[in-house]
Design a protein around this ligand. Structure first.
Ligand code: GRE
Ligand code: ZN
Length: 250
């Protein structure tokens, strides 16, 4: 079931560009040619929130270019498909990427697909198909921007449950600075496809211990199929295998 067993069914788990990785800032190469990230989101595109059995996921309508990622390390236009998080059973673990081996309690992933392909599903099989923005959450003040999502958790406690969310601007979850590290990687859950340009923000957003506890009230199982708190839904860092980590800041 866990990450150690994925390689049996998904040999690419041992592939050349797997994610996440441990980010060693001193080893990142500053690349002055990297462009600023351009994130344009339409709050009306938020379509609802789902417990998918491994995280909660906020889905977006992706039928036009109204919510996109451009610039940064990628060329072309990538559309926002969904965002979700990974977190721990306690505040000392939970993020997928680590920084100098330090783990954060939670990591947010904003998943975008390259519109040179016909759909998310097609793009997810291509080496330049996806661009995912990763944002670390660190313990601090309660984050008011997370509250509307947390308020939905009661109604999506179990796998398969979904709920309307109303307008939601994912931009509200981002830190003030969009400085980033970037590298070529993969999905961090099966099928672990090697199609993701990772854009991991240097600056974290805050979350309170009580808010982290609310994440842990979600359940991996469907209603009536047992009690199994949704915690530790992160994959640990994978070998870099000669890949270059670049930064758009010094
Ligand atoms: C995930 O399931 O965690 C995931 C995706 C798509 C892109 C990146 C990622 O579903 O980590
Ligand atoms: Zn993820």
């Amino acid at each position: 079931m866990g990450p150690d067993t994925w390689v049996e069914e998904y040999p690419v788990a041992d592939g050349p560009r797997q994610s996440p990785i441990n980010i060693v800032p001193k080893e990142a190469v500053y690349d002055p040619d990297l462009k600023p990230l351009k994130l344009t989101y339409d709050p009306n595109d938020a379509n609802g929130i789902l417990n998918n059995g491994h995280s909660f996921q906020v889905d977006f309508i992706d039928e036009s270019d109204s919510s996109t990622l451009r610039g940064g390390p990628v060329s072309g236009v990538y559309r926002l498909k969904q965002f979700h998080c990974h977190w721990g059973s306690s505040d000392d673990q939970g993020s997928e990427h680590t920084v100098n081996g330090i783990r954060f309690p939670c990591e947010l992933h904003l998943v975008h697909w390259n519109t040179k392909y016909p759909s998310f599903g097609d793009a997810a099989k291509e080496p330049d198909g996806l661009a995912v923005v990763g944002v670390f959450l660190k313990i601090g003040a309660a984050n008011p921007k997370l509250q509307r999502i947390l308020d939905c958790f009661e109604s999506i406690k179990n796998k398969g449950k979904q709920c309307g969310l109303g307008d939601f601007d994912p931009r509200s979850l981002l830190p003030p600075s969009l400085e980033y590290w970037t590298y070529e990687g993969s999905l961090t859950t099966p099928p672990l496809l090697e199609s993701v340009t990772w854009i991991v923000l240097k600056q974290a957003i805050s979350v309170s211990p009580a808010q982290m506890e609310m994440f842990r009230s979600l359940q991996f199982c469907a209603e009536g199929e047992g009690v199994w708190d949704m915690v530790d839904n992160f994959r640990p860092p994978q070998p870099l295998k000669g890949r270059q980590l670049r930064a758009n800041f010094k």
